[in-house]
Design a protein around this ligand. Structure first.
Ligand code: T1G
Length: 697
């Protein structure tokens, strides 16, 4: 069996090569291998030790899969102390992503060299943690408190040139990590370079840590890790010794390790990767994608075209007229301009895209050679059917015919073509070139190859793709409609939109549901309510008119300057609209409702229970493959606070029996809205969790 750390003595240098694909995570065998390697080097009479990673990267951190399990010695802090205290000169040669514990191992070495494409960083805060092996004590000593705080609390990746400037790296040189490492060690030995234990450097000067902690708590909207990281860095400045600082770091680290936020964030990390791994796609080859067509150049169509163009694929944009086609091109240019301003696109690439990679067309024939086409025309079934019959007539055999519809029945759309097996839903979220979520909606006839092609396009566009089944709203919007209705019911019964919004921002959402409606446009909800009423509302379903009255007065939210909130020109946050509550009171009167008060706690329980209950139905009906697919959808498309891991991870952490008990209690007041999801009842009766279902798939 190959060793996790391979040992070889080359001249005076003992080389420790990590061989633990895919990311050289610092699991138990690696940790033991480093210590054994150091002992061998010291026995073998080596003068120096070189540590580097084989494969794609230097150590990319502790093995996250070990978290939550009983820790096994040697612990990483002990490995780092052993490296730093070695009597030999220890050098690390970095490449790929030297992150978390990986960077801590590098900082315990006496010198660090890296190739130019190397990224370093402390992403622990994104896992609900802080560096737990001396990173919060060593980094401030070499790069200063402010730079260290920014790197540790942001979790961002720092590129090699910046890391060199900050003193984190000593050398940046192109080449093979082992080779540049060996030549660097030789150079150090020739000039009798001394060992340089960072722990022996003086404590850095402090800052106002209380203010920094307060600011981090506010910025994290309730996430703890950033604020706790401030306290760990504070220990680097104020503890009596390096050892005391390490002890304080360890104490804070272990406290965070025990939190639900750590469980939620690590669930999110693995779910984001698992969501694209579907058993039915195993061994299924996606079709080749060389050119994409987009039908409809409005906000969504232009956004989708922008995303495809930014991913390096050519696009044929079909509109109904030259004017509409040019208007679409201008929208795309504006989107790409944003990418240039954000430094994501060079000006020359911008020019090349608009001159060569984007082709405008007003005739369907221009789509005859595309490998995949996405329609993003008006959300009307008859219009979609016309588009698909035209596509069916002109697109080459094997072309994937995709619709961006957010709720229409894709089975019905596919049935209008001769090739329903090539029809799929690709539900982008606005702005389509920015939002990461993509719902890949699989109709009854959609072939596995076409589904795999939808996921391949998502990967190419840098999206987080989730498989969804066909229903009204697929996964995200269906669940949104339910918890949004719950909020409306609470307003009718006595709460205010503003109290509900605050309860949800206190919970961790960036915005509450009513502020979100103002942002998206109140006319969207209005159209949906009118559609559902036209389709025939269930007589048991509660309805409300106060929002309609707001729309009838032309108030659609931010885009008209007034909705639930009033927006000063150019401002994105508003103040409560004084006209709203009179509309609510009129609605209550008309329905004979006597308003009652709601506590913030009850608002949150009801709102979250409605979300969990609908999500359980979505999983139970197979619209979502697993609970993790719902979690990823709500995290990446609906602003669910990531430190809870998603609504179903949150439900597991709260305890499913309590949630079901609430739902059963509230079903006495409204048996239609609060129908317990069969899957939720089943899990509770079996004493299981949603996580148990994730593990099974
Ligand atoms: N532990 C275990 N598995 C990991 C892992 C890790 N640290 N990092 C990645 N994987 C798995 C991942 O689940 C996937 O598995 C495969 O490797 C490829 O990953 C004490 C406490 C390094 C930038 O947070 O950011 O150190 O799906 O698809 O896009 O202070 O992985 O193939 O089965 O993401 O090329 C700190 C997390 C840990 C880094 C590469 N380190 N990883 O991205 O590949 S905490 C991190 C990443 C810590 C110490 C603290 C990325 C990457 P599978 P991938 P990628």
């Amino acid at each position: 069996m190959s060793q996790a750390i391979e040992y070889e003595k080359i001249g005076d240098v003992a080389v420790l090569a990590a061989n633990n694909p895919p990311v050289n995570a610092l699991g138990l065998e690696i940790r033991k291998g480093i210590i054994n390697g150091l002992e061998s080097a010291e026995v073998d009479g080596a003068k120096a030790v070189l540590i580097y990673g084989k494969g794609r990267t230097y150590f990319s951190g502790a093995d996250i899969r070990e978290f939550g399990k009983p820790p096994v010695r040697p612990f990483l802090p002990d490995v780092c102390d052993r490296i730093e205290s070695s009597p030999l000169l220890v050098v690390s040669a970095l490449h790929g992503a030297a992150l978390g514990g990986g960077l801590e191992v590098a900082l315990s070495s006496h010198y660090r060299i890296a190739i130019p494409t190397t990224r370093i960083g402390f992403p622990e805060v994104n896992l609900g943690l802080i560096p737990g092996a001396g990173g919060s004590q060593r980094l401030p000593r070499i790069s200063g408190v402010s730079a260290a705080l920014e790197i540790i609390t942001s979790g961002r990746h720092v590129l090699a040139p910046e890391a060199l400037e900050l003193g984190i790296l000593d050398e940046v040189q192109d080449g093979d990590p082992c080779e540049i490492g060996l030549s660097y060690v030789q150079a150090l030995l020739q000039r009798s370079a001394p060992r340089r234990p960072i722990s022996e450097l003086p404590s850095p000067a402090g800052i106002d840590f209380d203010a920094a902690c307060e600011a981090m708590l506010k910025k994290g909207r309730g996430q703890l890790s950033g604020a706790v990281a401030v306290r760990a860095v504070q220990a680097a400045c104020e503890a009596d010794s390096f050892a005391a600082g390490l002890a304080r770091e360890r104490e804070l680290f272990l406290e965070l390790m025990g939190t639900d936020q750590r469980k939620g964030l690590i669930h999110a990390f693995f779910a984001e990767r698992a969501v694209a791994k579907l058993p039915e796609l195993k061994g299924v080859e996606p079709r080749i994608l060389h050119q994409v067509g987009v039908v409809g150049g409005g906000t969504m169509g232009a956004g989708i075209a922008s995303a495809v163009l930014l991913a390096g694929l050519p696009v044929v944009m079909l509109e109904m007229s030259h004017e509409a086609a040019y208007a679409a091109k201008n929208r795309i240019a504006s989107n790409l301009n944003g990418a240039v301003k954000r430094g994501k696109l060079s000006q020359s690439d911008f020019d090349e895209i608009l001159q060569d990679r984007l082709v405008l067309a007003i005739d369907y024939g221009a789509l005859s050679n595309v490998d995949l086409v996405v329609e993003a025309v008006f959300e009307d079934m008859e219009v979609k059917k016309q588009v698909f019959s035209s596509l069916d007539a002109v697109c080459k055999p094997g072309a994937v015919l995709a619709t961006n519809t957010s709720y229409l029945d894709i089975n019905e759309i596919g049935a209008t073509t001769s090739r329903p097996q090539d029809v799929i839903g690709l539900h982008f979220f606005s702005p389509a070139h920015v939002m990461k979520l993509l719902e890949v909606v699989v109709a009854d006839e959609t072939s596995l190859e076409v589904m795999a092609t939808g996921f391949a396009l998502g990967r190419r566009l840098g999206k987080v793709s989730v498989r969804a089944g066909v229903c009204d709203g697929f996964i995200g919007n269906r669940i949104l409609n339910t918890y949004r209705a719950c909020a409306d019911h609470m307003v009718l019964d006595g709460a205010t939109p503003y109290q509900i919004d605050k309860a949800l921002t206190d919970f961790g959402f960036a915005m509450g549901p009513f502020a979100v409606s103002d942002l998206a446009g109140l006319d969207i909800g209005w159209a949906m309510r009118k559609r559902k009423r036209a389709e025939g509302l269930n007589p048991q379903a509660r309805d409300s008119t106060y929002a309609d009255k707001l729309c009838e007065a032309g108030h659609f939210g931010q885009k008209t300057g007034r909705g639930y909130y009033v927006y000063e020109p150019g401002k994105r946050t508003g103040t409560p609209n004084p006209d709203v509550m009179s509309l609510v009171e009129a609605d209550r009167d008309a329905q004979g409702i006597v308003a009652r008060s709601f506590s913030d706690e009850e608002i949150l329980r009801r709102y979250m229970a409605s979300m969990v209950n609908e999500a359980a139905k979505v999983v139970g009906e197979g619209i979502a493959s697993r609970p993790l697919d719902v979690d990823v959808t709500l995290l990446f498309g609906y602003g669910f606070p990531r430190f809870f891991g998603g609504p179903l991870k949150w439900a597991d952490l709260q305890g499913l029996p309590g949630i079901l008990e609430d739902i059963r209690k509230w079903s006495n007041e409204d048996s239609f809205f609060w129908q317990p999801a069969p899957l939720l009842e089943q899990l509770v009766s079996e004493g299981k969790t949603f996580e148990d279902l994730n593990a099974h798939n």
